[in-house]
Design a protein around this ligand. Sequence first.
Ligand code: GUN
Length: 285
Amino acid sequence: MAQLIDGKAISAAVREEIREDCEKLVRETGVRPGLAVIIVGEDPASQIYVRNKEKACQEVGFLSRTYRLAADTKQEQLEELIDELNRDKEIHGILVQLPLPDHLDGNALLLRIKPEKDVDAFHPFNVGQIMIGNYDLAPCTPAGVMVLLEKSGISVAGKRCVVVGRSNIVGKPQAMLLLHANGTVTIAHSKTKDLADLTRQAQVLVVAVRHPKLITGNMVSEGVVVIDVGMNRDEAGKLCGDVDFDSVAPKASYITPVPGGVGPMTITMLMKNTLTAARRAAKEI
Ligand code: GUN
């Protein structure tokens, strides 16, 4: 039976490190990390994420500002707000909560955020830096996965890593981070033929496709490390991942549960990125 990777415990430990580092930064430079979150409309899941971000900021001692805007907010208003936050010395990280209402051009908004304040690491400048391997801001979820692996003492160097999913938020950057850690990486997606053939070759398997219980026990090999990024509801309305935990766990060496695996790490890495951005700003004062 697999060892569980306890994302809650690892996240709490990393947050404590961030809280101490924040205190030190304030003491030594007078700079307190500040995060601005922009949320447009009433998407219920987004409301919960944003509240959790506020709580996390409080926990680690950051300044937190949330801009809750009406669903019919105009593109120009958002661009003006981003310009203002780009200039704001108290704010080191700017995050536009996704998804956005359809009438808004999310890409244009991402491009508007100063790359130094882009704590999601979604701006093409940061995406390029990640590709090159010269980055200190990495997208929160894939970065959180790397921390889970490290803190569990799992090295991916030289191992066959399979990432299922090719989104800009998780799959693609995850593949790059694993590659930088010297994994041999394959990306699978909805058009991949013989997915099971490929996943059976994986020594490290990261799944991020938003498809409940896609990966079943017969699709993995004995001893695989399984990281489940999925967050879905099953037929009974119960939270579940992209991995069928009950059939996969007996074959895996390590596995993340859902909930309590990758989920708690994402916001923790957002705090880490905000701290990194604030430290950089403090050096430039
Ligand atoms: N919505 C769901 N996940 C994310 C994320 O990582 N960043 C942002 N900005 N919005 C999200």
